[in-house]
Design a protein around this ligand. Structure first.
Ligand code: CA
Length: 229
């Protein structure tokens, strides 16, 4: 069951979101306080937490930090437009996506559905692209290009898999580094660029623009889609 927890003190907002998400078949729980949210989170297995930044008791950042101590659950942070400068800080405390209020429940629902599609894609062992010309087998950790096995280093495989399993989502260099080397890595961001360059060469992704690994200026990389859209 895909359980979703909404921690939001404006009950009108959470009721509307809840109604939209329930229509899509999700089980939704709501709390208006950060502390209640954390205790509910510890009782039930949630797949996603939708968390408001400004709460009456402890703020959303603190809730996020506490949840992150024990869980890598997906967290969507809701912020008012005026608080948007907090976005950078929020990224450091580990929310997965940011949504600004006033909120479109339709857009939120679309983002939630996209998230669960990506999560489901992660469960699939074989990822296949471009009519099967590129195949990535998660379990065997092998990659085929035009039916031929190619050799990738473990880091290159992890990088390709991180991007491909998040198709269409921009991943920053920092996120990729954490994904591949772990947080304690203290090399340069450019290490990723070198890995990407080698990876593109190996998977034959050398057209302009590349068809698989797309550079997004000042943001990072993503798998598929247009450049800088
Ligand atoms: Ca609030």
């Amino acid at each position: 069951m895909n359980n979703i927890l909404i921690i939001e003190d404006e009950e009108k907002v959470s009721e509307v979101i809840k109604a939209y998400l329930e229509k899509e078949g999700y089980k939704v729980y709501c709390t208006t306080k950060g502390c209640d949210g954390i205790s509910l989170f510890n009782k039930i297995d949630f797949k996603l937490v939708i968390l408001d930044l400004m709460l009456p008791d402890i703020d959303g950042e603190e809730v996020c930090r506490i949840i992150r101590e024990t869980s890598d659950v997906y967290i969507f942070m809701l912020t008012a437009k005026v608080e948007l400068s907090d976005k950078i800080q929020g990224l450091n405390i580990g929310a997965d996506e940011y949504l600004t209020k006033p909120l479109s429940p339709r857009e939120l629902t679309a983002r939630v559905k996209a998230l669960f599609r990506r999560v489901d894609a992660n469960k699939v062992t074989l990822l296949s692209y471009n009519e099967g010309k590129l195949q990535i087998n998660k379990e065997k950790r092998d990659v085929k290009v035009n039916g031929e096995n190619i050799f990738l280093t473990p880091n290159e495989f992890n990088l390709l898999y991180a991007l491909a399993s998040n198709e269409g989502k921009v991943l920053s260099r920092e996120q990729l580094i954490q994904n591949i080397y772990g947080i304690e890595f203290d090399g340069s961001d450019r290490t990723i660029d070198v890995n990407i360059k080698n990876l593109r060469k190996k998977i034959g992704d050398n057209s302009r623009p590349p068809k698989y690994i797309v550079t997004v200026t000042k943001a990072g990389y993503k798998f598929g889609g247009e450049e800088n859209e």
